[in-house]
Write a new protein. Structure first.
Lengths: 114, 114
């Protein structure tokens, strides 16, 4: 078990471009979360998958954002027509079920929109 | 609504004890977590409280009072490597969608000095 993997670690893009991030959760974890963290803030919830079903989305997730988890394993988060305000660390986390250990986070993808 | 407050920064001396407080006002409660986050890295799980009282885990202890909406993280025998941000997070009750999402405070940046 290598933990939660995210790719890429860093992404610099020009405003208006589309970007896609990937998350590979811990293999037996059926719950997958995307969070966004800006400098000096705690992570903010974006969306949640249970297996392949996207069951919850935050109001932070504008229509430029879309997330998928096609086979209930890895997940992708796409941002279309990026804006400077999208610059943040995008964190993926996974868990097996509600329990005492919370989530396991990946190392994140740091997005810079220039 | 969700409101979680923590001090922004703290400084403590190597070998000493430090207490990081967290107060919360949330629309529901299903457990409180503490995470450690080194700069540029993923948050890592430290502790979990769902009932009132103290949970001890090595050099780290966490306390919860649900009636007061209050928790603290106690770090003993501070080491330089403990310099990091400490995030307090409250887990939401069952939402129907089953996400049990975490709402994070902004984090407390702890600096350990020699």
């Amino acid at each position: 078990d290598t933990g939660v993997s995210q790719d890429p670690r860093h992404k610099i893009t020009k405003r208006g471009q589309n970007v896609t991030f990937r998350c590979d959760p811990i293999s037996e974890h059926n719950r997958l979360y995307w969070y966004r963290q800006t400098l000096g803030q705690g992570p903010e919830f974006l969306t949640y998958f249970q297996n392949e079903a996207q069951l919850e989305k935050s109001r932070l997730l504008s229509d430029r954002f879309s997330a998928e988890r096609p086979k209930g394993s890895f997940s992708t988060l796409e941002i279309q027509r990026t804006e400077q305000g999208d610059s943040a660390m995008y964190l993926c986390a996974s868990s097996l079920e509600q329990g005492a250990n919370g989530y396991t986070f990946g190392s994140g993808t740091r997005l810079t929109v220039v | 609504g969700q409101n979680i407050d923590q001090p922004t920064e703290m400084t403590a001396t190597e070998g000493a004890i430090v207490q990081i407080n967290c107060t919360y006002q949330t629309s529901g409660f299903n457990g409180l977590f503490w995470y450690q986050q080194h700069a540029g890295e993923a948050p890592t799980f430290l502790s979990y409280n769902v009932l009132d009282g103290l949970e001890e885990k090595g050099r780290f202890s966490s306390f919860l009072s649900r009636s007061k909406g209050y928790s603290y993280l106690l770090l003993k025998e501070l080491q330089m490597k403990d310099s990091a941000s400490y995030l307090c997070a409250v887990r939401a009750p069952y939402s129907g969608a089953g996400s049990y999402q975490l709402t994070f405070g902004k984090g407390t940046k702890l600096s350990v000095i020699p």
